[in-house]
Design a protein around this ligand. Structure first.
Ligand code: AHR
Ligand code: AHR
Length: 481
């Protein structure tokens, strides 16, 4: 750390600084983020282990032990109070109560920084954070800079995994009313070379990869696990830069004139801050955010290069996405329910419906097979696993509309991600809880003997808090067949 020293707030070029992984100022000892746990609704703030240091992930783990936790606030480290909280409805509703967006699972994006565990913000579709009443964020055509550290392997084509400046009304108020970093492989507006993902600028009604709408091949596909993404703008000029957040230098993918279409010169920035969503609260995107900063004023390339050096020195690295008893690739398993009602029931399927059924040594071989699953490397992420049906090879347990189904692998990225699960230690202390890779707030749950990926206290009936820990905990043993 040490992006800036203790200059007074008015003189600081950084007007928002957000990270759940580390302090972004060398002297910062305040709260990084707040989590809320499912068991009793209590909250706690997570601070760095030391001034300027890595987040105290152990404090989160202990507070959230044997329950679920959500990230409720990502604090602004600049002292300006530009905190990010659950995004409200706008042009589009989010999926949570009253049209708010969902909150991220507190343990959805584990990493290490210099060997110390920390958690990023895993944005599933439907998840978003926002601040519509900011202090010091650029408005109108005023200059600003932004960088963010992201997961280069977690993206989609939905609108819009953004971090940066957006409308204060959460509605689309026209071209040039946003200036945010976008990351993903949306092809609705701009594209770069290759098949993506790309860093682009969300300037409202357009993701821009260069001076024109559409394709600008200088904007290169990103392939690194950790990405540093930069977008900056000043009157008449803007730029996209980026690189591998774990090594090397930043490349400039675009630097030049404002887009050659009406409405973007001058800009009409409004100064709200968004994370994980579009300016109008479009909630179709996914991605992972580790840290990001917004400045007032146009940073020099040299300043951004220093930021890149500082990010590299933080040594972002991957860590295990699983916990609890090992569920080994190549084995065949059955899952026994642990809720008192149902301890003779196992996860099985009837056609495409995944349910629980009473299975034992006297069951028919057909029923035994329907309750048996081959563990394979995660189709959507090799750090997790997928479960192939023993009676229908080529078909896997996947979620769709948060119901579990057995479907044939259609080869799409959507299917593969929906069929990828990261086993955790069982929430009730027994066996494993099987977490959806793409929705880490959600676990395999039986509810009225039908199986879902459920969140603890979410909006669906099957998200009920009663019996949640038991319903999501499974004893995993060798398969019946
Ligand atoms: O500019 C792309 C998107 O278009 C914005 O994020 C959103 O506000 C609008 O739907
Ligand atoms: O199960 C949730 C989502 O529902 C899946 O990711 C998607 O395939 C479907 O829209």
């Amino acid at each position: 750390p040490g992006l800036a020293t203790s200059t007074p707030p008015a003189a600081r070029p950084c007007v928002a600084a957000h990270s759940t992984t580390r302090a972004l100022f060398s002297a910062y000892t305040g709260s990084l983020y707040q989590v809320k746990r499912g068991s009793d609704g209590a909250t706690t703030n997570i601070a760095p282990l030391s001034a300027g240091g890595v987040a105290n992930a152990a404090a989160q783990d202990s507070f959230c032990a044997s329950t679920t936790c959500l990230i409720t606030t990502i604090f602004d480290q600049t002292g300006r109070g530009n905190h990010l909280t659950q995004a409200p409805p706008g042009g589009f509703n989010g999926p949570d109560v009253n049209g708010f967006d969902n909150l991220a699972a507190a343990d959805g994006a584990p990493v290490t920084l210099n060997g110390q565990k920390a958690y990023g913000v895993f944005i599933s579709p439907g998840t978003g954070y926002r601040n519509d009443a900011t202090n010091g964020i650029a408005t109108g055509d005023a200059a600003q800079g932004m960088y963010a550290v992201l997961d280069g392997t977690h993206f989609n084509g939905g609108c819009c995994f953004d971090y940066g400046n957006a409308e204060t009304s959460a509605h689309d108020t026209g071209n040039g009313h946003m200036e945010a970093i976008y990351f993903g492989d949306s092809v609705t507006w701009g594209t770069g070379s290759g098949s993506g993902p790309w860093i682009m600028a969300d300037l409202e009604n357009g993701l821009f990869s260069g001076v024109t709408t559409g394709n600008n091949p200088a904007d290169q596909t990103i392939t690194s696990r950790f990405v540093t993404a930069v977008v900056k703008g000043e009157p008449g000029t803007w730029a996209i830069r980026g690189g591998n957040a774990a090594s090397g230098s930043l490349s400039t993918f675009y630097s030049g004139a404002r887009p050659d279409v009406a409405g973007y010169n001058p800009m009409h920035k409004e100064g709200a801050i968004i994370l994980g969503i579009g300016g109008d609260n479009s909630v179709g995107a996914q991605g992972t955010f580790y840290e990001g900063v917004m400045t007032s004023g146009y940073p020099s390339d040299a300043t951004e290069n220093s930021v890149q050096s500082n990010v590299i020195a933080a040594k972002y690295a991957t860590t295990s996405l699983t916990s609890g008893p090992a569920i080994s690739v190549g084995s065949a398993v059955s899952f026994r329910a642990t809720t008192a009602c149902c301890t003779t029931r196992f996860i099985a399927h009837t056609g495409t419906t995944v349910n629980t059924q009473v299975v034992n040594s006297t069951s028919t071989s057909a029923l035994k097979l329907s309750a048996s699953w081959t563990v394979v490397t995660g189709l959507g992420n090799s750090a997790c696993v997928s479960f192939e049906s023993r009676d229908t090879p080529g078909s896997y347990i996947r979620h769709f509309d948060f119901e579990l189904l057995v479907n044939a692998n259609d080869g799409t990225k959507q299917f593969q991600e929906d069929a990828t699960f990261c086993p955790q230690a069982g929430l009730n202390g027994q066996g494993n809880s099987i977490r959806a890779w793409g929705y880490p707030t959600r676990y395999f749950r039986h509810f009225n003997n039908v199986c879902y990926v459920a969140s603890n206290g979410g909006v669906d009936t099957f998200d009920a808090t009663a019996l949640f820990n038991d319903d999501v905990s499974w004893v995993v043993s060798s398969a019946f067949a």
